[in-house]
Ligand binder design. Structure first.
Ligand code: 5RP
Length: 255
């Protein structure tokens, strides 16, 4: 079960990595929320940054907290992005999009020098795929895309809102939540989905995250991706370091 204290500790620890003058990608979701709140506090204390939000909800939160915002047109390269994930594998490949913001999140991640993923300990998995993979689609192409994804081996559901209407993303698209089961080769599946007309984006984030900060009990563990060391693919174990969990904040209203 997701752990709020672990999310807060990880989100706050990541916010400490931001430096004066940084262009900062602001992630979406209940863990990234804590990073945005912590950044808001640092801005109030004099930190000079500009943020690029990955969703309308995060933009609203950042404005409320007084974080100056900018656009990719003004700043097409981002120094650091802090974002959550639904699953994190040992290579720091991710499934994202549980909150429906995967398209903007991936655009932002793709132009970020250092993407830091934050999560509670439930997000770390040996292999991706237990969490259904969100795929953002053009509504016009829905049936065509559903057939293609079924051929790739998944069952899927159109994401719905609580009122029974299809969920609509910030970009006016729909989301198919696709259950592939264990995804043996995420990069290959990502290529298949990228090559499917009607798919706008999918939630597989391959080799984009440089660091994961994961809340674990009372501490935050830093995880770097497993690195291939030789042609024979001898791999190094994930580098893990425990970092001190930052001070908890008082309760604030979440957007
Ligand atoms: C939104 C996302 C979120 O970062 C992801 O769903 C994790 O969310 P949470 O921190 O609330 O568990 O990808 O599109």
């Amino acid at each position: 079960m997701a752990n709020e204290a672990e999310k807060e500790a990880a989100g706050r620890a990541a916010a400490e990595l931001v430096r004066d003058g940084d262009i900062v990608g602001l992630g979406t979701g209940s863990t990234a929320y804590f990073s945005v709140v912590a950044l808001g506090e640092r801005v109030q204390s004099g930190l000079k940054i500009v943020g690029i939000p990955t969703s309308v909800a995060t933009a609203d939160l950042a404005r409320q907290l007084g974080i100056p915002l900018t656009t990719l047109d003004e700043h097409p390269q981002i120094d650091i992005t802090i974002d959550g994930a639904d699953e994190i594998d040992p290579k720091l490949n991710l499934i994202k999009g549980g909150g429906g913001a995967l398209l903007r999140e991936k655009i932002v991640a793709s132009v970020t020098k250092k993407m830091v993923v934050v999560g509670d300990s439930t997000k770390v998995v040996p292999a991706l795929g237990k969490f259904p993979l969100p795929v953002e689609i053009i509504p016009f192409a829905r049936t065509v895309v559903e057939r293609k994804i079924a051929r790739l081996g998944a069952t899927m559901k159109l994401r719905m809102r609580p009122d029974g209407q299809p969920f609509v993303t910030d970009n006016g698209n729909q989301i198919l939540d696709c259950s592939f089961g264990r995804i043996a080769d995420p990069a290959s599946l990502a290529r298949e989905l990228n090559g499917t007309p009607g798919v706008v984006e999918h939630g597989l984030f391959i080799k984009l995250a440089k660091l994961a900060l994961v809340g674990k009990g009372n501490s935050v563990v830093a995880v770097q991706p497993k690195i291939a060391r030789s042609k024979r693919s001898v791999t190094k174990r994930s580098q893990s370091n425990t970092v001190r969990a930052p001070r908890r904040i008082s309760k604030r209203t979440r957007s």
